[in-house]
Ligand binder design. Sequence first.
Ligand SMILES: NC(=O)c1ccc[n+]([C@@H]2O[C@H](COP(=O)([O-])OP(=O)(O)OC[C@H]3O[C@@H](n4cnc5c(N)ncnc54)[C@H](O)[C@@H]3O)[C@@H](O)[C@H]2O)c1
Ligand SMILES: C[N+](C)(C)CCCC=O
Length: 485
Amino acid sequence: MPYDTQPAASHFINGAYVEDTAGTPIDVIYPATGEKIATVYAATPAIVEQAIAAAKSAQAAWAAMSGTERGRILRKAADLLRERNHDLSVLETYDTGKPYQETSVADATSGADALEYFGGMAATLTGEHIQLGENWVYTRREALGVCVGIGAWNYPTQIACWKGAPALACGNAMIFKPSETTPLCALKVAEILHEAGLPAGIYNVVQGMGEVGASLVTDPRVDKVSLTGSVPTGRKVYAAAAEGIKHVTMELGGKSPMIVFEDADIENAVSGAILGNFYSSGQVCSNGTRVFVHKAIKEQFLNRLAERLGDAVIGDPMDPKTSFGPMVSERQRAIALEYIEKGQAEGARLVTGGKMLERDGFYMEPTVFADVTDDMVIAREEIFGPVMAVLDFEDEEDVMARANDTEFGLAAGVFTRDLTRAHRVAARFEAGTCYINTYNDAPVEAPFGGSKNSGVGRENSKAAIEHYSQLKSVFVRMDDVEAPF
Ligand SMILES: NC(=O)c1ccc[n+]([C@@H]2O[C@H](COP(=O)([O-])OP(=O)(O)OC[C@H]3O[C@@H](n4cnc5c(N)ncnc54)[C@H](O)[C@@H]3O)[C@@H](O)[C@H]2O)c1
Ligand SMILES: C[N+](C)(C)CCCC=O
C-alpha cells in the first residue's frame, strides 16, 4: 500500500484528534482489493457529547469575528487542499475505490472551490436597511448556531466541504459525521481547516453509523441538519429534525431523466449519457439513469454507446489510465447486480455488461439496458450503480410526462439542437438541477439540489447562504410610541 491510510485517530474534536476504542470498530475496506486498510471506532455517547459541547462553546466567538477574518481562513484551507491534491486524491481513492483519474480532478478540488467561494463571500454577508418614513428597520444576517452535516459515501471530501464551507462562512460551528463506509477523508478536511487557522471546536468530525447521526440530529443544542443520503434516511432525519423545529438541507437520491431528441449531436449525447451513468461507477446521486432516446436515432445511439463503453479502462483505480473502478462495497455491487437480474426478468434487452468481474475487489461491468418501459423496476427505483436504462419515445409531450412521472426530482437533462425546445423542456422538468446539452456539471457558483422527494434546500452558490443563516429584523422608532391607554 503506497499510502498510510490509518488516521491518527477516529474523531476530530475541538481542534485535535480524539480516540475512544470503546466505540464499535468500523473496518475501512479498499474497494479495489477487498483488503482492510484502516479501522475507526464509532462515536460513543461521550464522544458525541464532547463534539457538541466543543461546537457550542466555540461558535459565538467564531460568529463574532468579521467575515473577512473567517473568509481568510477558509481561503487558506482551500489553498492547502489544492497543494495537497495528490495525497488527498489518493486517500479519496482508497476510501471510495473511485479511480485516481477522477479523484484528482473532482474531489479535493471541488472541496477547495467551495472553501474559496464561500470564503470569498463571508465578508459580503450583510443585512439590509428598510426605511419606513422616519422610522426604519434593519436586518442582521446571523448564524444558526451548531450545524450537523451527515454524509453519503460517494463523495466524502466534497460533501464534507460543500456542507462545511457555507456553514462556517456564515459563522456556524459544524459537526460532520461521514458515512461509515468512507470515514477517512473528512478527518483530513478537519485537520487542514485547523492548520489554516480555524479556531478549535468550529469543525468537528465524529464517526459512526445511523444511530450516531440520529443522536446528533435529536440533540437540542443542534440548530441545523444537512444530510446527503437516500430518500428513506432523509425521511427519518427530516422527521427527527422537525421534532426540534430545526433547519434542514436534504440532498437525497434520484432517478433522473435524460432526453435525447432526434436532432441531438449524438456524440455529445453519448458523452452525456456516459458521464451521467458511469462516472464514479454510477454512484452519483444526480445521474440521468433513465435515458429517453428518440426512436429515429435509438439504434445509432446504442451502437455508438456500446462502442464507447468498449474504450472504458477497468482496473486498478490508482493507475491514472483507469477510467472505471470498483463499486464502493460488496453490498452496493450486490444491490446493482440484483437490479440487473430484475431488468432481465422483466424483459429489458441487455445491450452490454451485466456481470460482476472475476477479480479481487467489487468490480462489475458498466451495463446498458434498452427497450426499457416506464413500469419496470429498473426504470423506477434508484440503483446507485453503473446501470443505464434506455427508453424509447417519439413525441415531446409524451416524453415530458414520462420523464416527470417519478417521486424523485433531483436532476434532468435534454440533448437537442433546437434552442426553443431545449428551454421549453428545461422549464417543464420537475427537477432542481437541469442540464441542456451537457450532464452532471456542478460548479460551486450554481445551486445544486433536488425537488419532490429528492430534497429540500440547495447546496453551493449564494442560495446556500439562505440555508445556513437567518435574518433578524430590528425595528427602530424615531418618534413617540402611541399606546391605546
Ligand atoms: N442529492 C445529493 O447531493 C446526494 C449526493 C450523494 C449521495 N446521495 C444519495 O445518497 C444515497 C447513497 O448514500 P448512502 O448509502 O450513504 O445513504 P444512506 O441514506 O444509507 O446514509 C447516508 C448517511 O446517513 C446516515 N444515517 C443513516 N440513518 C440515519 C439516521 N436515522 N439518522 C441520522 N443519520 C443516519 C448514514 O450513517 C450515512 O452517513 C443515494 O440515495 C444517493 O442518491 C445524494
Ligand atoms: C458533482 N457531481 C458529480 C454532480 C456529484 C454531486 C454529488 C452527488 O452524488
